[in-house]
Design a protein around this ligand. Structure first.
Ligand code: HMH
Length: 212
């Protein structure tokens, strides 16, 4: 299980689309496709994060969880505004977007995770993994030696910046705390959910890259 996780995590954060941004060879039509599709994704991600917030308010024994998740929701507010301005800069229409299969599948997966019977530990693990993949992927495009095109720097900064990294570590801490106390049944569900997130992330990059 651990080997599989590690392999998939590397696959999700070092996927060819990300590597093409990092080495400057990225096809801008791929980037635009990603932009339009990710906006649609984020509009489903917001209610998912809201559902995690509700679970935190009911289940959590640590008062700080709510603040961290609420901070995440606040940054999604900025993110939606950013998508709108970025889309107009790139001439990507945001209404009537044809939602690609991989995106539909990912959105359906999130919908299922919003159900009240899904344990807080499982939902927060998914939430952390979803954010962490973007953080690690885009931070990789900002490292020394990367040749990320200047017009994509802003996108990479959005998720690759140190503050976002700190926020991901806060989510990870919450998830770890919940998992330490979880039953083996919940632990298994969280592991499976984590792997599913990675698979959906890989599919999402593949779709953007035009290989799906
Ligand atoms: C597909 N995964 C996808 N889109 C995002 N915006 C994030 C993760 C991080 O918020």
């Amino acid at each position: 299980m651990w080997a599989k996780k590690h392999l998939l995590y590397t696959g999700a954060t070092r996927q060819p689309f990300i590597l093409s941004i990092r080495d400057g060879s990225v096809d801008l039509s791929s980037f635009k496709r990603w932009l339009g599709q990710d906006y649609v994704f984020v509009r489903e991600f917001v209610p998912f994060v809201a559902s995690v917030l509700i679970k935190a308010s009911k289940k959590s024994d640590d008062g700080n969880d709510m603040e961290v998740i609420l901070g995440g929701l606040a940054s999604l507010n900025d993110e939606i505004a950013w998508f709108k301005s970025e889309a107009s800069k790139w001439d990507v229409p945001l209404s009537n977007t044809v939602v690609h299969k991989a995106n539909q599948n990912y959105r359906r997966f999130l919908e299922n995770l919003m159900l009240p019977e899904v344990d807080y530990a499982v939902a927060i693990t998914a939430f952390w993994a979803i954010e962490a993949v973007y953080q690690e992927s885009f931070a990789h495009c900002l490292e020394d030696g990367s040749k990320t095109p200047s017009e994509l720097q802003d996108t990479c900064q959005r998720w690759g910046n140190e503050g976002f990294g700190e926020y991901c570590r806060s989510l990870q801490k919450i998830a770890n705390r919940c998992l330490e106390k979880a039953s083996s049944d919940v632990l298994t569900k969280a592991e499976v959910t984590f792997l599913r997130v990675l698979e959906h992330e890989v599919e999402f990059w593949n779709m953007s890259h035009g290989c799906a």
